[in-house]
Design a protein around this ligand. Structure first.
Ligand code: FES
Length: 102
């Protein structure tokens, strides 16, 4: 069953940038893109790096360690050295609060 977890205030999600939150004991990265909020795991699938320390360009987050890029909408790995997609989570905004489904 899907559990909606309160993550952060909507106005705390930076536009065109990424922030890490802890939700349900997991580290999640939240991205503000063109007025939407997207959520993925924060830890890169390639190594020990946090995507919240990476660079967001449009819908692409670039890992700070080896510059692998993921699409934050579906978690697709877009280039080498990435081999594995990253987990994404549904996001819901209610009363100015961001919830993620874990
Ligand atoms: Fe992210 Fe290598 S740790 S690309």
């Amino acid at each position: 069953t899907v559990q909606w977890i309160k993550a952060i205030g909507r106005d705390e999600v930076p536009e065109e940038d990424v922030i890490a939150v802890e939700a349900g004991g997991k580290e999640i990265a939240l991205y503000g893109v063109e007025g939407e909020v997207y959520a993925t795991d924060n830890l890169c699938t390639h190594g020990n790096a946090r995507l919240c320390d990476g660079f967001l360009t449009g819908h692409e987050i670039e890992c700070p360690l080896h510059q692998g890029r993921f699409d934050v909408r579906d978690g697709r790995a877009l280039c080498s050295p990435l081999r594995e997609n990253i987990a994404t989570y549904p996001v819901r905004i209610e009363d100015g609060v961001v919830f993620v489904a874990l």
